[in-house]
Design a protein around this ligand. Structure first.
Ligand code: C5P
Length: 311
């Protein structure tokens, strides 16, 4: 007699990574208000975790703990919950579902590291598994794009070239492991506010066509941190510094202490420093902490995998 099919897990844990934009080229705003981007995404080993537990049909709840949890919007504005609802609407319409999400944050909120996108990506994957849905990775990425420009990359991970408003991602060839020191700022920055400032500054005008630098792609292929450090670039950096002038000092301090390259991550205000080894990362972390130019320092490596089941 055939044995019955075992039920799926009633609870799944997924983690998803923070991202850096190693290059972020930004064009003038489109008709829909979004800015066209050419970017090199790079996932680093700083992860948020989402546990999805089956609940009664129609129940959609979320709790958040950890780094900056008090700053995460409640209820239906929570990106992880929106992700769960969107997935249910599109892929579980015939059979009502419910879920309780527990989000454990290590990625700072409003930090330019796509922490909210990581939560949405992790929630999409975790819910797809606990609800036992038949959704391909491509379909999950398409849903992710509806939730936020960085969500498809949080699902994919690694190093990737992003275009459109950031939602179109293709893996980039990269070799080796890069060592990063990431400096969290005292206060967050709102992404729309940074883009608005970028438009206001408008000097030089945002170019209509642009691409990621070839030297950066070659440095990634060659696993060469010194060359990669020299090519880090972010068009939003002047706007972020304009809104938080102390970031200029943070960047300068890391370079003085020997970083191979430094940049504001995405819309900021987190600053990422590239170094040549784990030892160099420890040394730079200690120096930056002692200098007091930021709230907290973390070490991370990249590339890291995208959203993955961990239990
Ligand atoms: O897509 P996401 O929800 O992350 O975008 C947040 C905000 O950042 C948008 O509402 C928009 O103001 C700004 N943005 C932009 N151009 C992009 C990505 C984001 O103007 N390519």
């Amino acid at each position: 007699m055939a044995s019955p099919i075992p039920p799926g897990p009633s609870s799944v844990r997924v983690r998803a990574p923070a991202k850096l934009n190693l290059a972020l080229r930004v064009g003038p705003p489109r008709k829909d208000g979004f800015h066209p981007l050419a970017t090199v995404y790079h996932a680093i080993s700083l992860f948020d975790e989402v546990q999805a537990t089956l609940a009664e049909p129609g129940v959609f709840e979320v709790t958040t703990t950890g780094e900056g949890a008090e700053l995460v919007p409640d209820g239906d504005d929570h990106l992880a919950l929106r992700a769960a609802r969107l997935l249910a609407e599109r892929y579980a319409a015939d059979e009502p579902v419910g879920v309780e999400l527990a989000v454990r944050k290590s990625i700072p909120v409003a930090g330019g590291l796509a922490g909210g996108s990581a939560d949405a990506a992790a929630a999409l994957l975790a819910c797809a598994v606990v609800w036992d849905l038949d959704v391909s990775p491509e379909a999950l990425r398409e849903l992710g794009a509806e939730l936020g420009s960085d969500v498809p990359f949080a699902l994919l991970g690694g190093t990737a070239i992003g275009s459109g408003r950031g939602e179109s991602v293709v893996p980039a060839m990269a070799r080796g492991t890069f060592h990063w020191v990431v400096a969290f700022a005292q206060h967050g920055l709102s992404t729309p506010a940074v883009y608005r400032r970028f438009d206001e500054i408008g000097d030089p005008p945002a170019p209509a066509d642009f691409e990621v630098p070839d030297e950066m792609l070659n440095a990634l292929l060659a696993a060469d941190p010194a060359r990669l450090g020299a090519t880090l670039t972010n068009d939003l950096q002047p706007a972020a510094i304009d809104l938080q002038p102390q970031l200029a000092r943070t960047l300068e301090a890391g370079l003085e202490y020997g970083a191979l390259g430094a940049l504001v991550s995405g819309s900021g205000p987190t600053v990422a420093f590239l170094v040549g080894s784990e030892t160099a990362a420890v040394d730079l972390g200690v120096a930056l902490s002692a200098d007091g130019v930021c709230r907290t320092v973390r070490r991370a490596t990249g590339p890291a995998p995208g959203a993955r089941i961990i239990g």
